[in-house]
Design a protein around this ligand. Structure first.
Ligand code: SF4
Length: 754
C-alpha cells in the first residue's frame, strides 16, 4: 500500500555510479552523508566538489512528507503550480490538530468534528494530486514514515522539524517550509547549503536502564541547542550497529534539538530486521545488494578526525540514563546527579505527570520496556503516584501493543492512552488547572521542553528522558527517585526495588493492524474537486500574486522600521494564529505584530501616513492596500531568523508590501521572500538604516535593468522636503529575477507548464 518499490529500485540503480563519480570529484574516502548527498544532486551539480558550510547546492529529493498544520499552505500553493500530479511520492499526516483531554476515542472524535473542514480539504487535495493521505488517528508523521516510507540511502524533505527521524533507517531526511515542499512536489530541485559533518562514534553496548534516548540526551548536553547548526550528524561504530532501528530513529529525531540539519545512521542488520518486520523485506533485499554504499567508507570510520569537521565519542557501556531540563533540552543530567540538581535548584520534586510516547519514543521496543516497569508496579503492589499518559506513534504500534497486552498493563497502573497524535507534545493538551500557572514538574519522553510548550503554563518544569525513566519516576511520583539505586514503599509498607526494564525490539508475533488509517489517492484525480468552503475562516484558496508592472516603484510608504531582533515569530506569530495557517487573509492579521517600531519602541503601533494617527501594523497596511499604495518594511540584522514558515513572506506580499530592506537577512527567509515575488534588499551601507524617518515616502529605482550583482537605488523623501538616496544590494540570480517579474516563483512554474 504505502511504499513505492519501483521508485526505490530507480534510486538504488543510480547510487553506485553516482558515488563512483563523487569519489573522483572529492578525491578521498567518503562519509555516508556525502554518499547520499552526492547520489541526490541534480545533474548539473554532480560534477563539482562542494565547500562544506558555504556552497549552495541543488538536490533532487525522493519523497515529501507533510503534517496537517503545515500541509495546508504547502498544498494551497501547490494548487497554484498548475500540475495535475505531484512529481515525487508525497504524503499528508493528520496528527497536530488533535487535542488531548480525556482519552483516545473521545479526543479523536472531538478533533474530527472541530477540524472537519481542514481534514476534508487535505483529504480532497491529496486525492486530486496523487498524495497519500493518513487520516486523523493514523499516527504521527515521523513514526508512520519510519514504518512505511523511510529507506536506506533515500532523501526526503518534510514540513516538520523532526523529519530527521527517518535517519534511523539511513535516510537523509530534512525539515523544510511549505514553499520548499511545494517546489519539490512541482518537480523543481531543492537547494541546501552543503552541510558540515559531525561524526559521533559509539563504542561499547548499552544495558540495563540505559536506552537509545540517553545517547541523544548526552549529545545534546555536549553540543547544546546550537552546536549542530548547519551540520549533519553521522553516527557510526560498533555501538551504533548494536542499536535497534527505532532506537536510531529516536536519536535522529531529537537531533533537531541541537539545531542539526539532520542526523543519520548507516544501513546494518538492525535496519534490515526493521524493514522486514514492517513488511518491507523486498527493500531489505535491495539494500543488501548495495550495502557497501549505504554506510561510510572503512577509512573514514577508522580515522574519523580526518573526514569529519568534529568528532564526538561515546562509550555506550558507560552511558548513564539521563534527564534533561527544565526549559531546555540541552541541560543534561546523568540520573546519579539529577536528584541533587533538583534539590539545589529548587525545582518541584513532586512529579505531577509522566508522559510517554510521541514521534520520538513510541516504538514497540519503547512501549514494551515501559510496560515491563508498569507490570512490576502492579506485581509489587506499587501505586503510581503521578498521572501517566501514553501517546502511541501510529495505529500499527497501538494495535500491536494492545494485542500483546501492554495497554492493559498500563491501564492497571492507572495510565491513560491518548490518541495516536502529537497531543501534549505540541501544546494540544487541555490540561486541567494549567491556567492557574502553578509551579509544577512533568517529565516526558518527547524531544522539546521549552517553557509553555506542553500545557501553556510558563511555570511547568518539563524534563525529558527515556520512556523507561519517565515510567519509573511516574511510579515514584518523585523527581529525586533514582531507580538504579533507590527503593520505593509499596501499599503494604514493604520496600521494593524496580528491576531493569526488559523489552523486545520487534514483536515476536509480528506487527498487526486492522485499519492503519491510510487513504490512497485516486488514479486519475482530474475530476476530483478540492473541498474549500468559500465562507471558511480557516481555509482560503490562493489567488496568484500580480506580476511586476514593468517600471520602477514610486511613492511607497514606510510601513515600519523594525528595531532589533525580528524573527519569523515577530513577523508571523504562532500560538493562537496556528488555526489560520490555511487562510492567508486571516493569518495576515498577525503580520509584524511582534516587531518593535524603531520610532516609538512599541509593538504593533505604527504611523499611518494617510490618517496621520497610529494604528496596528496589519490595519495600517490594509489601509495602504485599499488606497492602492505600496509600502516597504525596513529591518535590522538577521531579519527573518527562526522557522522556515512561508507565511512570514506571504503575508506582506498579500497585503501589498513591495520590498523588505534590511541590514542583513536570515537566508531561508530571504529565499522565501524571493519566491513570493517580493524585493528582498540589503543596505550596501548598514548605517543608512539610521537615515530613514517615520514619514518617508520611498522610490526604488533600477528595476528596469534589474540584474544579478547590480545594485538598486532607493530614495527616501523626507517630510521636510529633503531626501537621501541609498544603495541597496541584492542576491537575486537570473532565475530569481524572473520570479520577481512574474510575481512569484509559482506564477513562473505555472506559466512554464501552460
Ligand atoms: S509528536 Fe511532537 S515532536 Fe513529534 S511531530 Fe508531533 S509535535 Fe512534533
Amino acid at each position: 500500500m504505502a511504499f513505492d518499490i519501483e521508485m526505490i529500485k530507480e534510486v538504488y540503480a543510480q547510487i553506485p555510479s553516482r558515488i563512483a563519480a563523487a569519489r573522483k570529484v572529492v578525491g578521498k574516502p567518503l562519509t555516508l552523508t556525502e554518499k547520499i548527498l552526492y547520489a541526490h544532486l541534480t545533474e548539473g551539480a554532480a560534477s563539482q566538489a562542494f565547500k562544506r558550510g558555504t556552497s549552495y547546492v541543488d538536490f533532487q529529493p525522493d519523497r515529501v512528507a507533510m503534517q496537517d498544520a503545515t500541509a495546508q499552505m504547502a498544498l494551497l500553493q501547490f494548487m497554484q503550480a498548475g500540475r495535475s500530479q505531484v512529481a515525487v511520492p508525497s504524503t499528508v499526516h493528520c496528527d497536530h490538530l488533535i487535542q488531548a483531554e480525556i482519552g483516545a476515542d473521545q479526543d479523536l472524535s472531538k478533533a474530527k468534528d472541530k477540524n472537519k473542514e481542514v481534514y476534508d480539504f487535505l483529504a480532497s487535495v491529496s486525492n486530486k494530486y496523487g498524495i497519500g493521505f493518513w487520516k486523523p488517528g493514523a499516527g504521527i508523521i515521523h513514526q508512520v514514515v519510519l514504518e512505511n516510507y523511510a529507506f536506506p540511502g533515500g532523501m526526503m524533505i518534510g514540513t516538520d522539524s523532526h523529519t530527521p527521524n527517518a535517519g534511523g533507517l539511513g535516510m537523509i531526511a530534512i525539515g523544510v517550509g511549505g514553499a520548499d515542499a511545494c517546489d519539490v512536489m512541482a518537480g523543481l530541485p531543492w537547494e541546501l547549503k552543503f552541510p558540515k559533518l559531525i561524526g559521533v562514534k559509539l563504542t561499547g553496548k548499552m544495558s540495563g536502564w540505559t536506552s537509545a534516548k540517553d545517547v541523544i540526551l548526552k549529545v545534546a548536553g555536549i553540543l547544546t541547542v546550537k552546536g549542530g547548526t548547519g551540520a549533519i550528524v553521522e553516527y557510526f561504530g560498533e555501538g551504533a550497529r548494536s542499536l535497534s532501528a527505532t532506537g536510531k530513529g529516536t536519536i535522529c529525531n531529537m537531533g533537531a534539538e541541537i539545531g542539526a540539519t539532520t542526523s543519520i545512521f548507516g544501513y546494518d542488520e538492525k535496519s534490515a530486521a526493521y524493514l522486514s518486520g514492517t513488511g518491507r523485506s523486498d527493500i531489505a533485499a535491495l539494500a543488501n545488494g548495495i550495502a557497501e554504499h549505504l554506510t561510510g567508507d572503512t577509512e573514514v570510520y577508522a580515522n574519523p578526525e580526518q573526514y569529519f569537521d568534529q568528532v564526538i565519542e561515546i562509550n555506550l557501556s558507560e552511558l548513564e540514563p539521563h534527564v534533561n531540563g527544565p526549559f531546555t533540552p540541552d541541560l543534561a543530567w546523568p540520573i546519579s546527579k539529577f536528584a541533587a540538581a533538583v534539590r539545589e535548584n529548587g525545582w518541584p520534586a513532586k512529579l505531577d505527570v509522566g508522559l510517554i510516547g510521541s514521534c520520538t519514543n513510541s516504538s514497540y521496543e519503547d512501549i514494551s520496556r515501559a510496560a515491563s516497569l508498569a507490570q512490576q508496579a502492579v506485581d509489587k503492589k506499587l501505586v503510581a503516584k503521578s498521572e501517566y499518559t501514553i501517546t502511541p506513534g501510529s495505529e500499527q504500534v497501538r494495535f500491536t501493543v494492545a494485542r500483546d497486552g501492554f495497554l492493559d498493563t498500563f491501564d492497571k497502573m492507572g495510565g491513560v492512552v491518548l490518541a495516536n497524535a502529537c497531543g501534549p507534545c505540541i501544546g494540544q493538551w487541555a490540561r486541567h488547572g494549567a491556567e492557574k500557572q502553578e509551579k509544577n514538574s512533568i517529565i516526558t519522553s518527547f524531544n522539546r521542553n521549552f517553557a509553555k510548550r506542553a500545557d501553556g503554563n510558563p511555570n511547568t518544569h518539563a524534563f525529558v528522558a527515556s520512556p523507561e525513566i519517565v515510567t519509573a519516576l511516574a511510579i515514584a511520583g518523585d523527581l529525586t527517585f533514582n531507580p538504579l539505586t533507590d527503593t520505593l514503599t509499596n501499599s503494604e509498607g514493604v520496600q521494593v526495588r524496580l528491576e531493569e526494564p526488559r523489552g523486545l525490539e520487534l514483536p515476536t508475533k509480528g506487527f498487526a493492524v486492522e485499519d492503519a488509517g491510510y487513504q490512497a489517492p485516486a488514479q486519475d484525480g482530474s475530476k476530483v474537486q478540492v473541498l474549500v468552503s468559500p465562507t471558511s475562516d480557516r481555509l482560503q484558496l490562493l489567488d496568484s500574486f500580480a506580476a511586476w508592472e514593468g517600471m520602477d516603484l514610486k511613492g511607497l510608504k514606510l510601513l515600519i522600521k523594525a528595531k532589533g531582533k525580528c524573527t519569523t515569530d515577530h513577523i508571523s506569530m504562532a500560538g493562537p494564529w496556528l488555526k489560520y495557517r490555511g487562510h492567508l487573509d486571516n493569518i495576515s492579521n498577525n503580520m509584524l505584530i511582534g516587531a518593535v517600531n524603531a520610532f516609538n519602541d512599541a509593538t504593533n503601533s505604527v504611523k499611518n501616513q494617510l490618517s496621520g494617527g497610529y494604528g496596528e501594523v496589519p490595519a495600517t497596511q490594509r489601509a495602504y492596500k485599499a488606497a492602492g499604495i505600496g509600502s516597504i518594511v525596513v529591518g535590522d540584522e538577521n531579519y527573518g531568523e527562526g522557522s522556515s514558515r512561508e507565511h512570514a513572506a506571504m503575508e506582506p506580499r498579500f497585503l501589498g508590501v513591495r520590498a523588505i530592506l534590511v541590514k542583513s537577512f536570515a537566508r531561508i527567509h530571504e529565499t522565501n521572500l524571493k519566491k513570493q515575488g517580493m524585493l528582498a534588499l540589503t543596505f550596501a551601507n548598514p548605517s543608512d538604516y539610521d537615515l530613514i524617518q517615520e514619514n518617508d515616502v520611498i522610490d526604488i529605482n533600477g528595476l528596469t535593468t534589474f540584474a544579478p550583482g547590480k545594485s538598486l537605488e532607493v530614495v527616501f523623501h523626507h517630510a521636510d522636503g529633503t531626501s537621501h538616496t541609498v544603495v541597496a544590494n541584492h542576491t537575486y540570480n537570473e532565475g530569481q529575477i524572473e520570479w520577481f517579474k512574474a510575481g512569484s516563483a509559482l506564477n513562473l512554474i505555472k506559466a512554464a507548464k501552460a
